[in-house]
Design a protein. Structure first.
Lengths: 240, 456
């Protein structure tokens, strides 16, 4: 394991003060001849264990911010650190390792592998973590399934589940490796109201139970009211 | 590759079943085409090899005086081996590992007469038991089973020397109108009292007996002639031999040409790969050289004595290479095309896996496993189908005349293990190459672009 990640692992403990520190983050895209400034000088700190919601209109930069926090996109300028480790100093393999061990992703479109069972989908990120034995892997998967209430669906394929169930599988997959941080990009956008609330309930419960930091984006007012912290993005700038 | 990669690859194959089936069929049929081409190629090589060693009686190794192989028929006396050298050569041959048997030979030319007319002949003389020994080799029996070569009558070793029995090629026997052998004419009671050479009356008259008259120059340049009795008629394998060859016992030929010399040796080996005789030939050359004998030693496939074998195998090898490259090109394009479409369709999945921490190399490994699995399964199916095709094909005797030969050979398919291994390795390499090319750019693409299907 790279030295930077080793230090990161040693230092990432729940309830430690700032988990995420973004300083003067800028990101722009070239759309044809036009340069679109998605993020402008974002400064943001998120504490370990927070349940944070990023809100904003479509195109405001929510997803870009989540992508940068999740180390799947790179800022044009500024610094970003997870628990004092500068993400920009990591190479691709180190970032892959960081994502695998410390970050869980929940996508709007679930992104489950259709040919794998629920159990196997949750197993996917754990398979490439050399520090987890087969027995530990099984225990982690079963624990995650229990947390999202899908123990009895472990052998089902994604196409045999409802939208809400699929998203719960995605949550279980994101949680299975006991990450320090879970990022969810509009996790309820494809769900009805009832299922949206159930998903948020589940995430809240896990945040409290496991003390995992959750950051998710939404533009659903009802969901925003249930978070402990709300970050508003407008035209690429933190407005609140 | 871990268990999940394999499982994921296996299940993904069923995900785009039609496309994977199409790719699988392309690989299978490509592999069948390669196996069938290689099998025909091997077959032709095998037939020409057997025809050279056994049909043309080159043996595995031929020993001649320097330059003798090409010139002894024109000037046999000048390219001959005397008794002293024969003793030394035979001692050296006897020490060859894997020796089956060897035979001295003598060549000669002259005119053969039927009583009415004379025709040129080429005489090949061997010890009287030589043909019997050649025909009893496993190689000859296989060659005989695969071809329409035949021999009728008695072995030269079966008849008393004073009969002057010879074997005559079928074509020459027809030219001479001598289609009966000693045993047949010996029992004929209606033998005409005198020969009638009147045109139109010769057929019955000539075929009534099996007597021939051989005439020529002996090795001292004097006229020589003698009677011979046809005891055997055989189908000569090549056109030129079939129309001119007489095989005689060595004693008879030496008496006819008034010499105790010979023109060379043919050596037959057992339990050796005929394509790997280099070391045996080299050792024999060294032994002969150290014994003070200056001779040429050739393996049967040496271009200087068997250019037909080289030309045929080179030509077939060239064709096989062209066919192989075309087939593999098609297979590679099919795999590449399938992999490209699959990767494009699954770009979001690649993005998801990357976001989970899968590295670029792991993603490539995943797709490589899928396509390798597809290639291997398709190759196995192709191999099984090819085996069935070959089995059915080989049930029939398919007569094919190779160039300059008189007798058709059975054109079976004869797969060679080495060709199959090379083809399989090449297919696997093509699969890896085509998939890597297709997947490379996608695996390196920005994760966000993959997740949201936007080309960066």
């Amino acid at each position: 394991m790279p030295l930077a990640l080793k230090n990161l692992n040693q230092n990432l403990e729940p309830n430690r003060s700032s988990l995420i520190t973004l300083t003067d983050i800028c990101k722009s895209y070239q759309l044809g001849q036009t340069k679109v400034h998605a993020l402008r000088n974002i400064n943001l700190t998120i504490e370990a264990g927070e349940f944070t919601c990023i809100v904003g209109a479509s195109g405001s930069g929510k997803t870009t911010l989540l992508n940068i926090i999740g180390c799947i996109d790179r800022a044009d300028s500024g610094t970003y650190s997870i628990d004092s480790v500068d993400v920009h100093s990591l190479d691709e393999d180190q970032k892959s390792s960081l994502r695998n061990t410390k970050i869980g992703f929940i996508f709007q479109t679930f992104n489950l592998v259709p040919v794998l069972s629920v159990y196997e989908n949750i197993e996917l990120p754990l398979l490439i973590n050399p520090g987890i034995s087969r027995q530990e892997r099984d225990a982690l998967i079963m624990s995650s399934l229990e947390d999202v209430g899908l123990q009895d669906k472990r052998n089902n394929r994604p196409d045999q589940l409802s939208g809400g169930q699929r998203q719960r599988v995605a949550i279980a997959r994101a949680l299975a490796g006991n990450p320090a941080l879970v990022l969810a990009d509009e996790p309820t956008a494809n769900l009805d109201s009832l299922n949206s609330h159930k998903i948020i309930d589940t995430m809240l419960e896990l945040n409290q139970k496991r003390r995992i930091t959750f950051i998710f984006s939404t533009h659903d007012d009802k969901l925003m009211s249930r978070t402990t912290r709300k970050v508003v993005i407008k035209d690429g700038v933190v407005a609140l | 590759m871990n268990r999940m990669t394999f499982r994921l690859a296996l299940r993904n194959l069923g995900r785009n079943l039609n496309r994977n089936l199409a790719t699988g069929f392309a690989v299978s049929f490509g592999f069948i085409a390669i196996i069938v081409s290689a099998s025909y190629n091997s077959r032709i090589e095998y037939l020409v090899r057997q025809a050279s060693i056994y049909g043309s009686r080159l043996g595995h190794i031929t020993i001649t005086p320097p330059g003798g192989f090409k010139n002894s028929l024109v000037d046999p006396a000048s390219y001959s081996i005397d008794r002293d050298q024969q003793i030394k050569i035979e001692a050296a041959i006897s020490s060859v590992k894997n020796l089956d048997f060897y035979a001295p030979y003598l060549v000669g030319t002259g005119l053969v007469g039927n009583g009415c007319a004379s025709y040129p002949y080429v005489l090949n003389a061997y010890p009287s038991d030589y043909l019997h020994r050649v025909r009893n080799t496993e190689g000859y029996r296989k060659f005989e089973a695969d071809s329409k070569v035949w021999v009728k009558g008695q072995e030269l070793s079966e008849v008393p020397p004073q009969l002057n029995g010879v074997a005559i090629a079928d074509g020459l026997s027809r030219i001479l109108k001598k289609n009966k052998m000693h045993l047949e004419t010996f029992t004929t009671s209606n033998k005409p009292a005198s020969l009638d050479c009147t045109p139109g009356n010769t057929e019955d008259s000539l075929s009534a007996d099996s007597n021939l008259q051989l005439a020529g120059l002996d090795w001292q340049g004097e006229f020589t002639a003698g009677d011979a009795e046809i005891v055997s008629i055989y189908k000569g394998y090549t056109i030129d031999k079939n129309d001119s060859e007489i095989i005689a016992p060595l004693d008879l030929a030496q008496k006819l040409y008034n010499t105790d010399r010979i023109n060379g040796y043919t050596v037959y080996l057992k339990d050796v790969d005929p394509l790997r005789l280099t070391n045996i030939v080299k050792e024999l050359k060294e032994k002969l050289s150290s014994a003070g004998v200056s001779v040429d030693v050739f393996s049967w496939d040496d271009e200087s004595i068997n250019h037909i074998y080289r030309q045929v195998t080179d030509m077939m090898g060239g064709w096989f290479l062209v066919i192989g490259l075309v087939v593999f090109g098609i297979v590679a394009l099919s795999i590449s095309n399938s992999a490209t479409i699959t990767v494009m369709e699954r770009s979001q999945e690649i993005g998801m896996l990357r976001s989970m921490g899968y590295s670029q190399s792991r993603i490539r490994e995943l797709f490589l496993t899928e396509n390798l699995l597809l290639t291997v399964v398709a190759m196995l199916c192709g191999a099984v189908l090819a085996a069935i095709v070959i089995r059915i094909h080989n049930q029939f005797f398919i007569p094919v005349n190779l160039p300059a030969t008189t007798t058709p050979v059975n054109f079976k398919m004869q797969p060679a293990a080495v060709d199959l291994i090379v083809a399989a390795l090449f297919a696997v390499f093509m699969s890896i190459f085509a998939t890597t090319v297709a997947v490379w750019s996608f695996s390196r693409q920005n994760i966000v672009s993959l997740l949201y299907k936007v080309r960066s």
